[in-house]
Design a protein. Structure first.
Length: 380
């Protein structure tokens, strides 16, 4: 039976960041993901300017830009009443830029970094029959490709797979879907958000020149159209004229791919046996555009805290408390604010009024952006 210092379940930004930090600290890490790589994800693909410090620290910022990541210099939002506003992206009080890149490309480069420093990775694998006993966890690695199951163990287990905690109320559930298009009306170097009642659509350019459209809707709207993503999209085009004008000549390159997220999931950092990070620990409302920030920073926080110790010397309860405290200090306000902004943005009369105000008070939009795009966490 192979033994690891840590098993990290989920090879998204949070899981890879945690694995990198632990490996840099000398831990033997096994990182697994149920999907094979490369793989796409339903995601807006916006990397906020605050994350460039992390990517540079990992030596990946230049690699992402060489891969073709698009500079995003402006934020554009529109309401169902045809009002729109466009402002330059600011960070730390100065004009800056984010990046537009697919999750398949970003996660592939992050994973390459992890492999380069010695992280063990298995794709198309799940960990089943998990048993926690005597300070260690045993499990069976089961492959989706028919390979023979393998027994393994780890001193620590980290869930970074986003699906470890489910909410209780379907009414709080948001559904997301993404599709790539060939082109759209001129948008410059913008990330664009179009709001309508019970949802919004985000538009961002990817490294291959395609245009990623990712929409998020409330449970009631999803049920109204019986889960048909194409029908939902046609409804959205009719509900926001700016969105229609921008997309009317666009040709889809892929089918819609969907997912869901429960917004009433409680914060979760440790369950007495395993740690949680990324979407498995907390969910920020998609309207904030801060999902990648939360994932990278959360993974770095947890990995760097645990990595301060020899794997056998970690006092889990104390480190879990320190992790929860540091996480809340950084993300408690953005998480609360995202829910308030999300509720307002998905209520058409409110969104219409707010965007009308922002058109004449652009500084307020910069202030909202600052809430969700604060300086990155580079260590605990």
């Amino acid at each position: 039976m192979t033994h690891y210092d840590a098993l990290v379940i989920g090879a998204g930004p949070a899981g890879i960041a945690a694995a990198i930090e632990l490996s840099l600290a000398g831990w033997e890490v096994l990182l697994i993901d149920k999907a094979g790589f490369p793989r796409g994800k339903v995601c807006g693909g916006f990397v906020g300017p605050e994350n460039k410090a992390i990517l540079a620290e990992y030596g990946l910022l230049d690699a992402l830009e060489r891969r073709g990541a698009k500079y995003v210099t402006h934020l554009q939002i529109s309401a169902a009443n045809n009002i729109s506003v466009r402002v330059p992206i600011y960070f730390n009080g100065r004009p800056d830029y984010g990046l537009g890149i697919s999750r398949s490309a970003m996660d592939e480069l992050l994973l390459a970094k992890a492999l380069d420093i010695g992280v063990n990775f298995e794709g198309g694998i799940t960990a089943q029959h998990m048993v926690h006993r005597g300070g260690h966890s045993t499990f069976t690695l089961v492959g989706r490709d028919g390979r023979a199951p393998a027994e393994a163990s780890a001193t620590h287990v980290i869930y970074a797979n986003g699906g470890a905690v489910k909410g209780k109320s379907p009414a709080s559930r948001l559904y997301g879907a993404s599709c790539l298009f060939d082109s759209i009306g001129d948008s410059g170097a913008d990330v664009i958000m179009h709001f309508l009642d019970q949802g919004h659509a985000g538009i961002n350019r990817f490294e291959d020149g395609s245009v990623n459209v990712c929409y998020v809707i409330k449970d009631a709207l999803f049920r109204r159209f019986k889960g048909d993503f194409d029908q939902v999209w046609r409804h959205m085009l009719g509900a926001n004229r700016n969105l229609y004008r921008q997309m009317k000549n666009a040709r889809p390159l892929t089918r819609w791919h969907g997912t869901f997220v429960d917004m009433d999931r409680p914060l979760r950092f440790f369950d007495g046996h395993a740690f949680y990070t990324g979407d498995a620990s907390a969910v920020i409302h998609p309207v904030a555009g801060g999902g990648i920030t939360l994932a990278l920073s959360g993974g770095i926080l947890l990995g760097s805290l645990l990595g301060r110790h020899h794997p056998e010397d970690v006092f889990r309860a104390a480190e879990a408390e320190a992790y929860a405290k540091a996480f809340r200090r950084r993300f408690a306000w953005p998480l609360r604010a995202s829910r308030m902004i999300g509720a307002a943005g998905h209520t058409a009369p409110v969104a219409n009024s707010v965007i009308r105000l922002l058109k004449w008070r652009e500084a307020h939009l910069h202030q909202l952006f600052d809430i969700f795009h604060q300086p990155a966490v580079l260590q605990a």
